[in-house]
Every structure is written in structure tokens, then in C-alpha cells.
Design a protein around this ligand. Structure first.
Ligand SMILES: O=C(O)CCC(=O)C(=O)O
Ligand SMILES: [Fe+2]
Length: 350
């Protein structure tokens, strides 16, 4: 277990029981359907099976990726650096990122709701997410001037290397899925928009259950998750049941995002998912990659009115501010077209 001082104070207070000790919830995992979890499609990136890929996109929205070509030592180094970063005292972490501006790396906790430059939008939400994170836009390799810690510089270099693999994988996946839907989905992957978000999910105290991350869909074209090998928590919705995605070492998890759903005319699904970290002695660390279309790129779809990714983002932010949640693609749905009056009249006569 990490030093309590390493946690943001809001988690520290709530993690303490009345006698001042940190509570750790013991025992096995919860809920879910193990048979569904075991059946999550596995795609071999070197020899993608098109039938499985179609099934993964249509029926699951999630799949596991093997033979992805990211060297295992890179994955291990990233996880070690991430754990070392989060283990620092909270005040030091805050100080390291204190000079960041829009579009540069940032540190946040309690909410995953960020604007497009990675700044947090809403810290007042009552249901805080039980997570702290660093947000690293891949287009700016610069860290804030206050990030002078040598280990952070090497972490950023590793993230840059990992980001290149993520760009390659997301393009390959989007191209392959595009072929299935007779679309150029790969054209919608704009690599400069790529973001790496590194999360630490502390254990949630049983007396105050909270989600590590509340249920949501990703706005991306695709997202790629490198899970903690030891601590599970990621769950996705299938047939109204939350299915846990247990970690499998050296495997990546791919998640279809809202933009892929739109451009594929709903052929592929952006499904709801969440993170539940409970009944475990360790914190969970995950490293997530998100890639989006270029801001001005127009999404053409038979199911949705044409919109740019910028418009989508603005609408999401507006909804979060005014309603407290993301409405997402529903906002852009084409209205059902009424049958033309003459046709209706004709059918009545017949
Ligand atoms: O940490 C994870 O496993 C998933 C996080 C996630 O869903 C997100 O950041 O959108
Ligand atoms: Fe997500």
C-alpha cells in the first residue's frame, strides 16, 4: 500500500475509518458474468480475423489485442514509472504540474471530465470518480516548466515511444474495421490528437462506495487500454449486464469510441463502460490512449446529421455543464423522416 500522503486529500479523508486507520476491503471480486468475460473476442493484430473483428465491433464494442508489437519491456517500464509517479506525496505531484497551460500535460483527480486541452471541467460534481491521473497530449512533448523531476522526463520519453505504437495500432484497427464497413475509417484517425492518460485508482472504502470511473462512452475513434496486470476493475455493458474485463498480461484492450460508431453508421458500437475497484489491497494503474478525428473533420453518417468533432466536443461540454452528464451521439441523430403525404394518402386508398 502507498503512503496515505500520496493520495489527494479528498480520498485520504474518505479512506479513513473513525479510529484513523486506512481501511482496506478484503475478499474476492464482484458481480459480472465470467462466461461473457471469457468470450470477449481476441484479435491477433498480425493476422486479424475479419469475422471476429466484425463481431467484436458489432456485438461487443470491446476486444483484446494480442501480437500488437509493443515490446513487453516498454509496457513494464511504463507501469513502473507510473507507479513511482503516483507514489510521490500529493503536494509534490501538484507542484510538478502547477505551471501547465492549455494543451500541455496536466495532473487531475476526482473527475475524468476534461476540456479538449486536458483541463478539468467540473470539480463540483457530487459523485467524484475515485481516480487520479496525468493527461499527456502526444502532440506536445513539452512538460510544464515545473516538471523538472528527471524521472518525469524519462517517463515522458517512454510515453512518446508508446504513443507511436498506439498511433500505428489505432490506424491498423480503424483501417481494418473501415474495410468491413466499406468506409475509410483510418482517415478519421488524426494522430496529433492522440492523448495518453495514466490513471491510479485507489481502493474504494466499502462504507462509501464510489466508482473508479462512472459509466460512460468514449468520444474517441478508438481507445486502447493497458490494464494493470494484478488489479481488475474495467467493466463494460453487454445485454444490460456489466461484464468484467479481467487483465491478461501483455494484452491490450481496444474500445470502439463514439466517432467510430457515427462514421460506421452504427455498424460498430461505442458501448458504456466503467471502472470499479474494490476488494483489493493494491491500487489499480491503467494507461489509456485516445485518438480523435481532426477538430474540423466532418462526420458523415446516414444516422447522424453531419457534424465536426469540434461541434461534438462543444456539445458534450455544454451538456456536462448544464445537465451534469454527457448526452453524446443522441444529440446528433437524424430525425425520423415522416413518409411523404402523397405516399401515405396512396397507401390509405389502397
Ligand atoms: O482505466 C481504465 O481501465 C479505463 C478508463 C476509461 O474508460 C477512460 O478513461 O475513458
Ligand atoms: Fe472510457
Amino acid at each position: 500500500m502507498n503512503d496515505p500522503q500520496s493520495y489527494p486529500p479528498v480520498f485520504r479523508r474518505r479512506r479513513q475509518t473513525s479510529n484513523g486507520t486506512i481501511h482496506v476491503d478484503e475478499g474476492g471480486g464482484g458481480g459480472g458474468k465470467p462466461e461473457e468475460a471469457a468470450a470477449v473476442p481476441v484479435i491477433d493484430l498480425e493476422r486479424p480475423d475479419v469475422g471476429k473483428l466484425r463481431e467484436a465491433g458489432r456485438d461487443w464494442g470491446f476486444f483484446r489485442l494480442v501480437n500488437h508489437g509493443v515490446p513487453e519491456p516498454l509496457l513494464e517500464q511504463l507501469k513502473t514509472h507510473a507507479a513511482d509517479f503516483f507514489a510521490q506525496p500529493f503536494d509534490s505531484k501538484q507542484a510538478l504540474f502547477s505551471s501547465g497551460g492549455d494543451g500541455t500535460a496536466s495532473y487531475f483527480w476526482g473527475t475524468p471530465i476534461l476540456n479538449s486541452s486536458g483541463r478539468t471541467l467540473d470539480k463540483s460534481a457530487q459523485e467524484i470518480n475515485w481516480v487520479e491521473a496525468i493527461n499527456l497530449p502526444l502532440s506536445s512533448s513539452q512538460l510544464p516548466a515545473t516538471c523538472h523531476h528527471p524521472s518525469l522526463q524519462s517517463f515522458r520519453t517512454l510515453v512518446g515511444e508508446y504513443g507511436k505504437h498506439m498511433g500505428r495500432i489505432s490506424r491498423t484497427v480503424a483501417d481494418a474495421m473501415g474495410k468491413l464497413a466499406s468506409l475509410e475509417c483510418g482517415d478519421y484517425v488524426s494522430e496529433p490528437t492522440g492523448i495518453i492518460r495514466v490513471y491510479r485508482y485507489p481502493q474504494v472504502p466499502p462504507q462509501q462506495p464510489a466508482d473508479g470511473m462512472q459509466a460512460h462512452t468514449d468520444s474517441s475513434v478508438v481507445s486502447i487500454v493497458l490494464q494493470d496486470d494484478q488489479v481488475s476493475g474495467l467493466e463494460f455493458l453487454k445485454n444490460d449486464v456489466w461484464v468484467p474485463l479481467e487483465p491478461v498480461p501483455n494484452t491490450l484492450v481496444v474500445n470502439i469510441g463514439d466517432m467510430m460508431q457515427a462514421i460506421s453508421d452504427d455498424e460498430f458500437r461505442s458501448v458504456k463502460h466503467r471502472v470499479k475497484v474494490k476488494k483489493c489491497k493494491e491500487d489499480r494503474i491503467s494507461i489509456c490512449y485516445f485518438v480523435f478525428p481532426g477538430e474540423g473533420q466532418i462526420m458523415e453518417s446516414s444516422k447522424y446529421k453531419p457534424f465536426t468533432y469540434r461541434e461534438f466536443q462543444q456539445q458534450v461540454q455544454e451538456d456536462i455543464k448544464t445537465l451534469g452528464f454527457k448526452v453524446g451521439l443522441e444529440r446528433f441523430k437524424r430525425l425520423p423522416v415522416d413518409p411523404p403525404a402523397t405516399k401515405l394518402a396512396a397507401s390509405l386508398i389502397n
